[in-house]
Design a protein around this ligand. Structure first.
Ligand SMILES: C[S@@+](CC[C@H](N)C(=O)[O-])C[C@H]1O[C@@H](n2cnc3c(N)ncnc32)[C@H](O)[C@@H]1O
Length: 283
């Protein structure tokens, strides 16, 4: 019988997650991602390190819902993984990752260094996104650093007052951004980026015992009746989430490697694992 791949052991109990989160001093965690990300997992880095430390030589870390990719970037910078694969479906995020990990990285850093984040310049950069991958990648970074909360969805507004009343430039730190981008670029021989679908990539590695998956889908993807979220009561989200949680759970059952889950789906799987598995197949 295939052993149960999902490890729930980083938290003794799902309910420990908020407490562990409070215990982590995020100021001590290296910020490696150039993106501000709603649902970013910086706080999870110390816990993920415990998981990485148990990985066997030749292990391959896959982050199928990459977003800002903080867990994959930490793995690349601090651990001897054979390979790191980041997967992202969003076209704008994909353009940014592709540019950072390509020969256009230097171009990107020069653009960042010389950019003045005025409203006019921001609108200009965004209007150039259709010109090509690198322009789209740059526009994504500009939007991410100048929109409220880093949200990239159409219609998300620009920061008004920003930090300390510094307005649009309050999150635009070109030297810091370029330092992070440069570090990622130096690791690019070990980082593979796939612009595609998380489930398709998980399918490719389903039988690979060396694959470790950090699975952190957006909240609405895997919202299920098991997860109580006071923030979202939308019936359509609820239905979509329920269907996708089922799909994700089916994948988790089939993975041969090991998987860790972002907070959003942990409760779902935790409940289902308890409901569906006998103790002997929770290995
Ligand atoms: C919760 S965020 C990940 C945050 C990330 N862990 C971090 O720390 O920055 C989820 C990401 O998954 C992406 N996504 C959603 N559905 C996807 C799919 N089917 N395949 C690949 N990426 C997907 C979203 O665009 C979003 O960027």
């Amino acid at each position: 019988m295939k052993s149960q791949a999902v490890q729930l052991s980083l938290f003794a109990d799902y309910n420990d997650a908020p407490q562990r989160r409070r215990e982590v001093n995020v100021a001590t965690v290296p910020q490696r991602s150039p993106f501000r990300y709603p649902g970013g997992k910086t706080w999870l880095v110390p816990i993920a390190r415990q998981w990485f430390a148990q990985a066997k030589p030749g292990a391959h870390l896959i982050e199928p819902f990459a977003g800002g990719g903080i867990i994959g970037l930490t793995a690349a910078a601090e651990y001897q993984f054979e390979r790191i694969t980041l997967v992202e479906r969003d076209d704008d995020m994909a353009a940014a990752w592709q540019t950072i990990l390509s020969g256009n990285c230097q171009w990107l850093m020069e653009r960042i260094a010389s950019f003045q984040p005025t409203a006019e310049n921001i609108r200009w950069a965004i209007s150039r996104a259709a010109d090509g991958i690198k322009e789209r990648g740059f526009a994504t970074i500009v939007r991410n650093r100048t929109n409220h909360g880093g949200i990239l969805a159409d219609g998300a507004g620009m920061i008004r007052n920003g930090e300390n009343g510094k307005g649009l430039g309050s999150r635009w730190y070109p030297a810091t951004l370029n330092k992070r981008i440069d570090s990622i670029s130096r690791m690019r021989h070990r980082i593979e980026f796939i612009h595609g679908d998380a489930f398709e990539v998980m399918e490719q590695y389903i039988d690979d015992t060396r694959a470790l998956f950090f699975i952190d889908p957006p909240l609405h993807c895997c919202w299920s009746p098991f997860v109580h979220s006071p923030r979202s009561k939308s019936p359509s989200n609820f239905r979509a989430g329920e269907a996708n949680a089922g799909t994700l759970h089916a994948y988790l059952q089939r993975l041969s490697g090991s998987a860790q889950l972002g907070k959003n789906v942990r409760a779902t799987v935790h409940h289902r694992a308890h409901a569906n598995h006998t103790p002997e197949n929770q290995g």
